[in-house]
Design a binder for this molecule. Sequence first.
Ligand code: PGA
Length: 255
Amino acid sequence: MSASRLRPLIAGNWKMNGSRAQTEALVQDLKGRLASQPGLAADLLVCPPAPYVAQAAALTAGSALAVGGQDCHAKQSGAHTGDVSAAMLADAGGRYVIVGHSERRADHGEGSELVAAKAKAAHEAGLIAIVCVGETEAERDRGATLDVISSQLEGSVPADAEAANLVIAYEPVWAIGTGRTPTPEDVATVHAHIRGLLKAWFKDGPEMRILYGGSVKGSNAGSLMHVPEVNGALVGGASLKAEEFWAIALAAAGA
Ligand code: PGA
């Protein structure tokens, strides 16, 4: 299978948004859309805040819509007040967890070594880790994008990861929540670079999915989702609206 034909994953990162009522409404809406298009050539995932993971997982039982967490601790249990473990996310019905999101790296001082430990914890709990990497605007302006991506990836991806339990998300920090996106050519350059590293490191590197994230919405998904080596999207703001999220899924699936 060629890497560009990998089944796309459209992942919704709700961030710190939502309520029980909104979780119910959004999940039911997406479930309905999925049920009406069972042949959709894309995987759909929603990552609600931790308190709503179990609720979302219960609502999606029997549907193709997957649920995940937005972060996990590197340990599976213990004296870590306020933290959530990968084992708990799995127990709650989660199948994925996002680790190393730039908001975690920036707001909580998380470095790549910790991100790798979290990804490892996710794997131990049977979850698929979505490892995020991305350059800041200053790094981009000084031409350091590919170097930053290389070192973040090298530090954040566990050495024994497999295509079955690892997804990479390339999210330029300056594109997150700003309405700005790189050009398709720039996305292609970074994704080709990431693919090259994954191929060099892993036997099944060609099958690992690489998502693009940062201001993806229905209106730009068509151009971003068809860039070579883009295997789906990690969607923030637009994942809170079923119609927008669905439009992105349709674009990625080529439906
Ligand atoms: P955005 O967020 O789609 O709102 O830009 C993306 C993300 O942070 O995952």
